[in-house]
Ligand binder design. Structure first.
Ligand SMILES: NC(=O)c1ccc[n+]([C@@H]2O[C@H](COP(=O)([O-])OP(=O)(O)OC[C@H]3O[C@@H](n4cnc5c(N)ncnc54)[C@H](O)[C@@H]3O)[C@@H](O)[C@H]2O)c1
Length: 319
């Protein structure tokens, strides 16, 4: 069925809706824009044209003209949604706003269409409960800007039809996104819970006077974030001990447990959790291949270091 998605409606054309329009139109789909503020579509068109022109310079899209030509502004919501195979809701982040707009979408959503909400952290069950189409509603949470950072979180509500998850994932892959599945609802989903953990600790260290905001930023931009641009925390620690993630946990779980306790939190480095994470990592990469993967990591880091030096990035040195 995802191969049947030809037309996408974007409801709410601010920062995120405009970025989504680029993603879908650049993938060859017809895009119908609607915003409650009539100026919203005008602003979106300007932003889309600018971004496509910049992307074209770097080869991230072809000629912007046919991409822009696939985007149609609509004067009312039903004009956009009524012809859509997929709807991307992108209005502001309150339960009230999302409940109201989803009720409007529900009234004209075609019987076969799926609704994805860009919600950053409010679960779909908070605003789709009373919709007749609620089995076809999911969170489809992007990262800003969605046309440049392709990660997207699919989060089903308890009543979302599980049979639609695979086709939704396939559809998002088809338009160039990298979907992850959050198996069940949790406020903030995965991405913003990870970001929240880091931000909370950054604020705490800053507030308690351990380091300036600028130095904490450097710890991420020139430290942790350098690896994180191409690998996640589990793979990172898998490569940071000779015998992989289990070895890392044996050495450092006590430290992380103490750090969590110092903030009044419970650490989750139980033998069971470490065992399951180890099993997943070893299924992806054997212990024998750790060295090869570490060499790959170092090659990526060398590439990044060379690029920074070549471009003599003014942000790459302390100002
Ligand atoms: N900005 C981010 O970094 C980011 C990242 C990921 C997800 N999100 C989520 O995406 C959603 C949109 O965020 P944004 O940053 O684009 O907000 P925004 O304020 O830039 O845009 C919201 C748009 O929705 C329009 N709108 C409001 N009510 C409407 C209605 N009933 N019908 C149609 N249009 C309506 C507004 O006029 C505005 O143009 C939110 O849920 C937000 O949490 C934001």
């Amino acid at each position: 069925m995802t191969t049947d998605i030809d037309t996408v409606a974007i409801v709410g054309c601010g920062l995120i809706g405009s970025g989504w329009a680029i993603v879908y139109a650049n993938a060859g789909l017809a895009v119908r824009l609607y915003d409650a503020d009539p100026q919203g579509v005008v602003r979106a068109r300007d932003m889309i044209a600018h971004e496509l022109a910049e992307m074209a310079k770097l080869g991230l899209c072809g000629d912007p003209e046919p991409v822009v030509a696939r985007i149609t502004g609509c004067d009312d919501l039903s004009e956009a949604v009524g012809m859509a195979d997929y709807v991307q809701e992108s209005v502001r982040e309150t339960v009230e706003a999302k409940t109201k707009v989803c009720a409007e979408i529900d009234a004209c959503l075609p019987d076969h269409a799926i609704l994805g909400s860009s919600s950053s952290g409010i679960p779909a069950s908070d605003f789709t409960r009373d919709m007749k189409s609620r089995t076809r509603c999911f969170i489809v949470h992007p990262v800003n800007p969605p046309h440049l950072i392709p990660l997207v979180e699919i989060v089903p509500a308890p009543w979302s039809d599980p049979a639609l998850i695979a086709p939704l994932r396939t559809f998002l892959e088809r338009v160039g996104q990298t979907p992850i599945l959050v198996e069940r609802e949790i406020e903030g989903f995965v991405l913003n819970r990870l970001q929240g953990a880091l931000l909370n600790e950054a604020f705490a260290l800053f507030d308690e006077g351990y380091a300036s905001a600028a130095d904490i930023d450097l710890a991420v931009s020139h430290g942790l974030g350098t690896r994180w641009s191409f690998m996640g925390p589990f793979e990172t620690i898998d490569l940071n001990a000779p015998q992989g993630i289990a070895d890392y946990a044996a050495r450092l779980a006590p430290l992380y447990t103490a750090l969590a306790a110092s903030r009044g939190m419970t650490a989750h480095w139980s033998d069971d959790a470490v065992g399951r994470a180890t099993a997943e990592r070893r299924a992806a990469l054997s212990l024998d291949d750790l060295g090869r993967r570490s060499a790959w990591r170092n090659a990526r880091l060398m590439d990044l270091a060379a690029r920074r030096r070549r471009e003599s990035d003014p942000d790459s040195v302390r100002g």
